[in-house]
Design a protein around this ligand. Structure first.
Ligand code: ATP
Ligand code: DP6
Length: 396
């Protein structure tokens, strides 16, 4: 077979100013702008390979080793937009192979749990559109391509960039100005780290799409959020990122997570994404910040109970004196630290223990299955790793 093949990796992003609510469901146009931090692909990434050729009979997708339907309208919209861009190029240069008319085989792997509130759909759709952009040799910039990823899953548009990313909601009804743009690069503020406390990696019970639809329809609080709260916060958060003002960034991040979950609770019937462990972690974070009399850590929760903690590298020992103390029985620590470094966190805790002015449930770790230690990372990357057999077009 004559197959054209390309592969790309894409990162997960975790919003610090949440996207919640659509003004157009088919185009995935949001009711508010949002902001996220892109996480390192060393720890969380999607790898997607695509093959395109005249002999392929139908579009196919294999996700994590299993064939999955490509039938969803959202995926179809992404494929259509990418083919339209390719067709335009072909129309202006008749020597180009007519890839826009050929079928695609897509093979993808997430190196972390899929559909568990760890933003797999964001990394997944970003990797898919970037891999196809590469095989089609499209010339559009990534903000333009982010509009296509957005149609797959709203938050996916932010995974087109590394560092700190804004999704500008836009105004036009066709979505032509609803796109991701970089706020700051990873290099501008490289010492941002993240610890994900995986509270549950089972599939969540209210999918984001239907959850946000219900909130838009039923929550009064939501109107206040999109009209008065988020627009101001969007500007303040961008400024805090550009100025590398962690305390302001962290306060806005925590407030916004709480505001988003409050609108979920205000939906009718209410939606609960956080559980008792999530709430205990929130309390712990506030206690840690109060103990040091400084905001050194922020929590944020997506549509699930998992906590993502953002902090600066220089405060790691101060933070992990507590986080390692309470969660040392959970797996994941040894991916980044050796035994003596871990011992050091416990010593730090012992050194501050007698000054402690709060209590934490010693069993809090029982609600957490693992920690993922990571940091701010880069946007999508090309890769030589290929998941597809170049002769057959089937998964390797
Ligand atoms: N690598 C991938 N390639 C293509 N599609 C993917 C990929 N990974 C995930 N998806 C799609 O995303 C869906 C999961 O999205 P869902 O929003 O339910 O979970 P999530 O993204 O992990 O959680 P959240 O968006 O709340 O953080 C999968 O069922 C699949 O359709
Ligand atoms: C809580 C969130 O994680 C919601 C993400 O929702 P999705 O992007 O998964 O929703 P769809 O556009 O319907 O696919 C907040 C965020 O990432 O901004």
């Amino acid at each position: 077979m004559t197959l054209h093949v390309a592969s790309a990796t894409a990162p997960v992003n975790i919003a610090t100013l949440k996207y919640w609510g659509k003004r157009d469901k088919d185009l995935n146009l949001p009711t508010n702008s949002s902001i996220s931090v892109t996480l390192s692909q060393d720890d969380l990434r999607t790898l997607t390979s695509v093959a395109c050729g005249p002999e392929l009979q139908e579009d196919k997708l294999w996700l994590n080793g299993k064939e999955e339907s490509l039938g969803s309208e959202r995926t179809q919209n992404c494929l259509k937009d990418l083919r339209d861009l390719r067709a335009k190029m072909e129309a202006s240069d008749s020597s180009m192979p007519t890839m826009s008319q050929w079928k695609l085989h897509i093979v993808s792997e997430n190196n972390f749990p899929t559909a568990a509130g760890l933003a797999s759909s964001a990394a997944g759709f970003a990797a898919l559109v970037v891999a196809i952009t590469k095989v089609f040799q499209l010339k559009e910039d990534y903000s333009e391509i982010s509009k296509i990823a957005r149609k797959g899953s709203g938050s996916a548009c932010r995974s087109l960039f590394g560092g700190y990313v804004a999704w500008e909601m836009g105004q036009s009804i066709d979505g032509s100005d609803s796109k991701a743009v970089p706020v700051s690069t990873k290099e501008d503020w490289p010492n941002m780290k993240a610890a994900v406390l995986v509270v549950s990696d089972v599939k969540k019970d209210t999918p984001s799409t239907s959850g946000m639809q219900l909130t838009v329809k039923t929550s009064d609080l939501f109107q206040e959020r999109i009209k008065n709260v988020v627009p101001k916060r969007f500007e303040e958060m961008k400024k805090s990122i550009v100025e590398k003002d962690f305390a302001t960034f962290a306060d806005l991040t925590m407030k916004d997570s709480n505001s988003f979950h409050a609108t979920c609770l205000d939906s009718y019937p209410p939606i609960f994404y956080m559980n008792d462990t999530s709430r205990k972690i929130i309390r712990l974070v506030h206690n840690i910040n109060a103990f040091y009399n400084e905001t050194i850590v922020a929590y944020t929760y997506d549509a699930g109970p998992n906590a993502v903690l953002y902090y600066l590298e220089e405060n790691e020992e101060k933070l992990f004196a507590f986080i390692y103390k309470y969660f040392n029985k959970v797996s994941g620590w040894d991916t980044k630290y050796n035994a003596s470094e871990l011992q050091n966190f416990l010593k730090k805790f012992d050194a501050v223990e007698e000054k402690l002015n709060f209590q934490t449930d010693e069993d809090i770790y029982k609600g957490v299955s693992r920690v993922i230690l990571t940091r701010v990372g880069d946007g999508p990357q090309s890769t030589d790793q290929c998941l597809i057999n170049k002769e057959t077009g089937l998964p390797n």
